[in-house]
Ligand binder design. Sequence first.
Ligand code: SAM
Length: 242
Amino acid sequence: MRRFFVDKNISMGQRVLLSGDEKRHMLTVLRMGKGDRLILINGMGTELTAEIVSVDEDEVTLEIVDEMPCTSEPERKVTLFQCLPKAGKLETIIQKCVELGVHAVCPVFSKRCVVKPDRNENKLVRYNRVSHEAAKQSGRGMAPDVLPVRDLNECTFSEFDLVLVAYEDEEEVTLKRILCENREAGHIAIIIGPEGGFERDEVDRILRSNENAHSVSLGKRILRTETAGMAMLAMLMYELEG
Ligand code: SAM
């Protein structure tokens, strides 16, 4: 069944009115009508089956007929801290990482970032729309937030119980080993450098200020920045989500 995101904390027996883009998509693109059923996602971890009970010029009225836990959300909440890549790559990174189960994406500005932070609100709206669409397409139970850009050196990672810096110069510690030693981690931060990589002191600051932070290797080959985040997320989900 088709899935639609609603921002409402809705539950069984309630009626929901949809208008605007969602209504247009439902009626015009998908040619749905009275009696058709669909899944509503409210971002609260449940999936609600709804039936179209009436359609008028401005809105569609839906009735919630069933409710079940959303099974497509990972148990771990992984936040990707992505150092700003060259123009045009961030949307692809967001899209693929949403499909792979990321919980949130935080663009960060580090010393070797080529592009300067663009704090234009429209950009953030666009990035969150990319996340929303990827979440719908991949059947997620929520649309991950893309957060406003931050300076890497101002990021604290205190809310995470595991912090993993993908460091291209790390030759000892592997991602696999750290994941095997931290299977219970529930809130995980993964940090990916820009095309030029990390400065050593950027990595050292993160390791010094977070006892549960590790620099990890993603393997013998150097991945592009736009590959590294999704590869790390896929490996992490494979290892921890089974
Ligand atoms: N300029 C760096 C160099 O030539 O060694 C490469 C940086 S790489 C293109 C961009 C980012 O991807 C790195 O900062 C790191 O976060 C991640 N990355 C890529 N390959 C990696 C690997 N084999 N191990 C750990 N991290 C890696």
